[in-house]
Structure formats: C-alpha cells, structure tokens
Design a protein. Structure first.
Length: 646
C-alpha cells in the first residue's frame, strides 16, 4: 500500500514538472526517495539517454527534449531519470529561461538528494538564479557548494567564473577578483585559464586605483598580480601620463611575455590597438554572426577563390548543424588580383554587410592594400597569405595561412634530430619564392646548428640542370674537409620548387655525382603527384605540409570523405585552411568566458586561442598575434607517400 501511494505521488510530481506548471510543492517526507531506491538504470533508459545525447551533439536539441522527458516519466527513481532532469534544467539555463530551468533543477535536488552529480545540478541552479536576478541567494549558497565540491575541478572552475560575474555586476570588484584567483588552481586547460584571464580583466576594467592597490596588498599570486599591474598602467594612461604607462607596460611585458595581458599590451603598443583606440565609425553596422569572405571570383586565380569558398561553405554548414542557437552566415566578395578592388570589396563588407571579421584575401598585394582599411574600421582580417615583409604590421591583420619559416624549421629539425644530418645544400629557382625560401632555409639550418655547404640558383623554366648541379657540388666540396673518398658532400638537398621542376631535377642528380642525399621539399610537393612523376629518383624524399588529405586523424578522414562526396575530388590545403578559419571565427565569437558582441572583444578572444585541433593543423596564437601551428612530415617509402610525423 505504501509503495503504491509513493508511486502515485511521484507520478503527480513528474506530471507537474513536465507539464510546465508552477514550482513543485514539497511532498510528504516519507515519500522522498532514499539512496537505496535509486538502483541502476534499465538498459532501455540508457539507450534512450544515448539517443538524446546523440541528438544533442548533432545540434538537434528539440529532438533530445522529448527523449529526456520520456526517461524522466517512465523510469523514476533511477540515475537515468535524474540525469534527464539535469539535462533539461541545464538546457533551459542555456536558453535563458531561468524559471523553467528552476522547475526541473529544484525538483531534481528535492527528489534525488543523493544523486552522485548533485553538485553539478546545484551549480546550474545558481546559474538559473543569476539569470533570474536572485544574487543575494546565490552569494549565500556559493560557499557551501564550493566546500562540497573540493576535488571536482570542473565545478570549482565554473563556479569561480559565475561568482566573479555575480560580484562584478553587483559592484564588488574586490570579491569578484578573489573568486577568479580561487578558480585559477582548478583550471585544467589553456581555454579555461584564458576564460579566467578574460574575466579578471573584465572585473578590473573600471576598478579605481584605490581598489587595485588594496587587492595588491593582499599578496596575490604572480599570475594574478600581472592583471593588477596592467590595470595600474591603464590608469596611468587615463590620467594622461602616457610615458609612465608605457614604461609600466614594457616592464610588465618583459617579465610576462606569455601572460594573457601580453596580447593586450601588443595590441596597444602601436597606438592602433584594441586596448588603446575606440572604433572610429560608430555608425558602421555590425552583424556579429556574419563573416566576410574576400577572394578572387574572376580572373586567373578564380579557381583558388572557389576552393576557399567550398571550405567556408562546408564549415558554415557544419557549425550551424551543431550550434542551432548560434547560427553563422557568410558574405562573399570578389577581390580578383587588383588591390583597389579588394579595398572596395572590404569597404562594402564593413559598411553594407556589417561583418564581424573577414577571411581573406589570398594574395600579398591585396592584403597589403586592405591592411590600412582593417585598421581604420577595426575589423579583424584572417588573411590567407604568408607573412611578408611588404605587409605592414597591423594588429587587425591575422595570418592564419602556413608560415614558411615554421614549415622549414619542422623539416630541418627532423633531419637534425631524427636523421642526425648536419650537412645541407640548397638548389633553388631564381624567382621570388625560391630566393625567399633559400634564405629562410639558410637561417634555420644555422639556427638549429647545421652547416649549409652550398646554395645555388637556376634560371626559371630551365630543363637542363647540369651546370647548377655541378656548381653546387663543387662549392660544397670546398666547404668540407677532404676525406680521400669520392662522395656527395652534403647529406640533404633542399629543392624549394614545384613538383613539375623537381621531377626534372631529380633524375639529373645521380648523373652529376649527387648520390645518397635526401631530397627535401616544401608544401608545394603536396600539390601534385610527386611519387608518380618523380619515380625512383625521389625515393626517401621528405617534405612538410600543413594538411595531408590521407592523414590518419579521424577528423581529416571525415572531412575528406564528405568533401569528395560533394565535389568528386580530394580537398586541398586551401579548403582545409578556409574550413579551419571559420571554426576559429566561431570559437572566438562564442567559445569564451563571454560571447564577443563587438570586434575588439572578438579579436581579443581570437588571440587567446590555444591548442585548437583543426583540419589543417593544431593552432595556438601567441600574445603578439602570430600563429604557431604544427606541420606534418611526409616521406616517399617504397614508392608510397607515408606520413612520418603527426
């Protein structure tokens, strides 16, 4: 009889919550479930939970909701039901519907007091109360939750962010700063550490000198003290003492080159940075979820522009499918090859379309032309070009393309550390690319302790390479001690040229006494069938790329499969890089301590990204705005192209 009465009451309570009625009234004490009444979840319930989780991951939230509700109704007194109530409560917190969220969370904590993840539910309940404006109650309940959650870094980290925001909005920056400090030891990833860093700067944004000095006297950790020092430098600037402010920032940067405030200092150093200068055109429209794309759509380079658009389109589709409440859109403008047209198109993207940021252009000349416009409007540009000395430094121009120096360094480091090589040579085309790469190679070999024995150029469109090869060998022989044995003086030969030319050079090497040297190349070797056209003459050759379509990484395999299904060809680096640029945009726009609703915050968030695993590499931005990424090494082994590094 008691069991039947209990089941009846539980059904009534469930119906009250799931029908969206008012707050649940407490049930008689004897009907509150005990730990022993929460057994294991039936297989059917677990299967339904998996369906809901799969739907959620796919961005089909509305399909997940009725599944969670079904589990809660049909499997009461089980961990699966508790989990369903939690997911429903969290969902409505994320949807900014605190009243509905509290219905689920309050019932969960009442009916399942010993649920093993109850503290997570308490945290979501505090978030819901914050949305409802119940700050005093949150302040009262936060400390007990903190104490009860010791040993659970996820809850401690999220609670510290929440309470810092609560106290900041309540006009108590000192307590807010202390919550950030408390949460620091619970940060497990660079993203979590960056989120706390951004919160610290937000907390101190309007703090006066007295408040900052008071916090400083509490002897914060060196990491937290740097935020206070940065704020003091800002205060010096606000008071018109620019020289003193500059000295403070330079000293702070010298002592903390990798600290999150370093990127703020780099942005403000030139006088055009985000931290120093307000946007100059307040009337300019802004659609924060809109991306601009600036690529050639006509002319000789239109085919490359189309590849970029393909990658962006795939990324937009994937992002929107998994973020139904954070939809992105893109506007594509033609840049062709004329810098003037690129400038005109960028002006239209900013003034007519109100884009948050722009992906492109592709060429160095177009990037050089639009750089001043990016600074004028404070619109971040994720340019698909190499860093180039002709492109002026601009805090709003972010190069997300591969970097030749880093690529060459990955190649030479492999030769030095894995192969034990010390003697190198370069045979390069006498064009802009060859000249630049040969210089980069020489610098990197010296930096990594190698010895460049010779570097010789050949004329463009050459087919006979006998003369430059013999010249290379003769110079190299003069730069090594005689051994009495006739052999190739260098262990590795760098050929920074296209595959079509490499396939002509390689067969001529053994006929000119270059035998046994490992051929080294750049990402250009990945743009054509090197093995097929080079044959046995490129056996054991090694080159570096940022993207390898046949990579072992699951996300690359998935990207390639879907791309081939859509376009009946394999993707190249351009599509992969464009795809990643959109994902970096989405991460900077939404995945931070606070969503970036303005371009300054967006750029700041972008420069805080660390260890983002993309299709075309692992991305980390340094404080000065440069991008560090990994490169994959490929080698020809037994007539097959093999990945020899990650």
């Amino acid at each position: 009889m008691i069991k039947d009465t209990f089941s009846c009451c539980m059904c009534l309570l469930l119906m009250t919550v799931l029908m969206g009625c008012g707050p649940v009234s407490p049930a008689p004490e004897e009907f509150s479930p005990s730990p022993s009444m929460m057994g294991t979840s039936p297989k059917q319930a677990e299967a339904l939970l998996k369906q809901a989780e799969d739907a959620e991951r796919a961005g089909r939230i509305d399909a997940a909701i009725p599944i969670w509700e079904k589990v809660a109704q049909n499997y009461p007194n089980t961990p699966a039901a508790a989990r369903s109530f939690y997911r429903l409560g969290k969902l409505y917190v994320d949807r900014n519907q605190p009243d509905k969220a509290l219905q689920y969370l309050d019932y969960l904590l009442y009916a399942y007091p010993r649920w093993e993840e109850g503290n997570l539910a308490r945290l979501e309940r505090l978030r819901a109360m914050n949305l409802a404006g119940r700050k005093k109650q949150i302040m009262k309940e936060a400390i007990p939750l903190w104490e009860a959650s010791r040993g659970n870094p996820e809850i401690l980290f999220r609670l510290s962010l929440l309470m810092a925001d609560v106290y900041r909005s309540d006009g108590e920056p000192e307590t807010a700063f202390e919550w950030v400090s408390a949460g620091l030891s619970s940060a497990r990833t660079p993203d979590e550490r960056n989120a706390l860093a951004q919160t610290a700067m937000e907390v101190l944004k309007d703090a006066n000198e007295g408040t900052v000095q008071k916090l400083y006297k509490k002897n914060p950790s060196p990491f937290m003290a740097a935020f206070l020092e940065y704020r003091l430098a800002q205060i010096e600037s606000e008071k018109g003492r620019s020289d003193r402010a500059r000295e403070r920032m330079e000293e702070l940067l010298r002592r903390n080159p990798q600290h999150p405030v370093a990127s703020e200092i780099h942005l403000s150093k030139r006088g055009t940075g985000v931290a120093a200068t307000p946007a100059i055109t307040p009337s300019t429209p802004l659609n924060p979820n809109r991306i601009g794309c600036l690529v050639p759509l006509n002319g000789p380079y239109a085919k490359y522009g189309r590849l970029v658009v393909r990658g962006i389109s795939m990324a937009i589709e994937d992002w929107n499918a998994t973020h139904p409440d954070r939809q992105l859109s893109v506007v594509v403008k033609d840049a062709q090859t004329e810098p003037e047209l690129a400038v005109k198109s960028l002006e239209e993207l900013v003034n007519q379309e109100g884009v948050m940021a722009v992906i492109g252009p592709l060429g160095a000349q177009s990037t050089k032309a639009v750089s001043p416009v990016a600074g004028k409007y404070h619109v971040p540009i994720l340019t698909l070009t190499h860093r180039d000395e002709e492109i002026p430094e601009n805090p709003f121009v972010i190069h997300v393309f591969l970097d030749n120096r880093d690529l060459v360094k990955a190649l030479v480091r492999y030769c030095r550390e894995k192969l034990g090589y010390s003697r190198f040579a370069t045979l390069y085309p006498d064009d802009r690319y060859g000249q630049k790469l040969s210089k980069v190679f020489a610098d990197v070999v010296q930096e990594l302790g190698g010895n460049l024995l010779a570097s010789v150029s050949y004329k463009e469109k050459s087919t006979d390479f006998k003369e430059p090869i013999q010249k290379l060998v003769n110079i190299a022989k003069k730069n090594v001690p005689p051994t009495g044995v006739e052999s190739t003086p260098f262990e590795a030969l760098f050929l920074p040229d296209q595959v079509s030319n490499v396939s002509l050079i390689a067969p001529q090497l053994p006929y000119n006494n270059v035998v046994g040297a490992t051929l080294l190349g750049t990402n250009l070797w990945g743009e054509a069938p090197l093995v097929e056209v080079g044959g046995v003459y490129v056996e054991q050759a090694v080159f570096a790329v940022a993207f390898f379509a046949d990579s072992r990484k699951p996300q690359v395999q998935d990207f390639k499969t879907r791309y081939e299904a859509a376009y009946q060809t394999a993707p190249s680096y351009l599509e992969a890089q464009a795809y990643d640029a959109v994902m970096l945009f989405g991460r900077a726009r939404f995945d931070s301590s606070s969503a970036s609703a303005d371009r300054s915050t967006f750029l700041r968030n972008l420069l805080q990204i660390k260890q983002y695993e993309g299709i075309a590499g692992n991305y980390s931005f340094s404080p000065d705005g440069s991008l560090a990424r990994d490169y994959q090494l490929l080698q020809v082994q037994n007539g097959q192209l093999i990945q020899i590094s990650r």
